[in-house]
Write a protein that binds this ligand. Structure first.
Ligand code: DX5
Ligand code: ZN
Length: 216
């Protein structure tokens, strides 16, 4: 199966959101990647439910929501009601991660866990069996357009080994600094889903850039 591409709407033109959502609909992208930041877990605030509602009305592809917030448990039902397909929480934000994963799945969504660059893959060994997705952060979360952290490639490899060993169905997604060069190395290391924000929307033709990433 070819790599899935999830353009991050954080890099859309917020004065022309509808246009950019339609662009993703008409492109070869697989998912919409939706970055929710609370200004507490990460040093930035992105957008919240009103943007999600607008997206839900327009999106013809699954919504892949990345919560960079403290206390994600409080919002699981909200995101389920807004048509989220995959809901990803941060390992570092969840004291009772196993319970949070169960709550996401009981709400009818797929459950993902994101790992900050400093968080070892080994820490999710005891939840990987029930996970639907692991999100390897290849930048420190909070902003688009940052430099790729090389260590992420090795983390993807470790993740692939862990998933194969446990025979988990979890997909490996990578987020931050993805372009054709880093993307290729991540796919070779075992990544299933690539998030790309500034590389797609900062390019002359986002549609063609998505198509090029899809070929990796
Ligand atoms: C960063 C976000 C990313 C961001 C990626 O905290 O999680 O999804 O939009 O942006 P680029 O692709 O520009 O690094
Ligand atoms: Zn993200």
């Amino acid at each position: 199966m070819s790599v899935r591409i999830a353009p991050s709407i954080l890099s859309c033109d917020f004065g022309n959101l509808q246009r950019d959502f339609e662009l993703i609909n008409e492109s070869q992208a697989d998912w919409f990647h939706v970055d929710i930041m609370d200004g507490v877990f990460v040093p930035n605030i992105s957008f919240g439910f009103p943007v999600m509602e607008a997206l839900q009305k327009t999106a013809k592809k699954p919504l892949d929501v990345h919560l960079m917030i403290q206390n994600p448990d409080a919002y699981i039902q909200h995101f389920a009601a807004l048509g989220t397909e995959v809901l990803t929480v941060h390992y570092e934000a969840c004291t009772h991660l196993h319970r949070t994963i169960q709550a996401i799945q009981q709400a009818g969504m797929k459950a993902g866990v994101a790992l900050n660059p400093h968080t070892p893959v080994a820490l999710i060994e005891n939840v990987i069996e029930s996970l639907d997705l692991v999100l390897v952060m290849s930048v420190n979360p909070g902003f688009g357009g940052q430099k790729f952290i090389e260590q992420a490639v090795e983390k993807v490899r470790q993740c692939r080994q862990l998933i194969d060993r446990i025979n988990s169905k979890a997909l490996i997604e990578v987020d931050g600094g993805v372009n054709l060069d880093t993307g290729k190395r991540l796919v070779d290391a075992g990544a299933d889903v690539l998030v790309a924000g500034s590389f797609v929307f900062g390019s002359e033709s986002p549609t063609q850039t998505i198509a090029a990433l899809k070929q990796l």
